[in-house]
Design a protein. Structure first.
Length: 133
């Protein structure tokens, strides 16, 4: 049966290189759930072994990719640049599994720190991020 041995399937983050080959950027043991092109950064949310994380992909001058974990323990639903802080800060929201709470927060690339808002209750219907230059 050639169908089962000729290919592999992944829920992964990949890129097509200049030689038209495909380079898998995410770990093949993780499942990529969402991805965002945010400013000049490529970000993705993934789960591996039941643990969710937000990761960033950066490329060096030769095109080699490096994946860095930014936040763990939160299943990210939305990620966007903070229009008031340029390219150094993200606005994000998701489900934190440790206490089963929906969190809003921001991630600061310059410090590598996630700050979450607490005490928010109710139902979130729509999130709108507005900014301009």
């Amino acid at each position: 049966d050639p169908g089962s041995s000729w290919s592999l399937s992944y829920s992964a983050l990949s890129c097509i290189k200049s030689d038209k080959s495909v380079d898998v950027l995410s770990d093949t043991a993780e499942t990529v759930t969402r991805a965002w092109a945010v400013g000049k950064r490529l970000l993705y949310s993934a789960v591996k072994g039941g643990k969710y994380s937000l990761k960033a992909v950066t490329f060096d001058s030769k095109g080699a990719a490096t994946v860095t974990e930014l936040v763990s323990g939160i299943e990210m639903y939305e990620v966007a640049l903070d229009p008031t802080r340029g390219t150094d800060r993200l606005l994000l929201n998701g489900l934190r599994f440790s206490d089963n709470s929906y969190v809003f927060g921001n991630y600061d690339f310059s410090t590598g720190k996630l700050d979450t808002n607490t005490g928010l209750t109710g139902l979130v219907d729509t999130i709108l991020v507005v900014g301009g230059n």
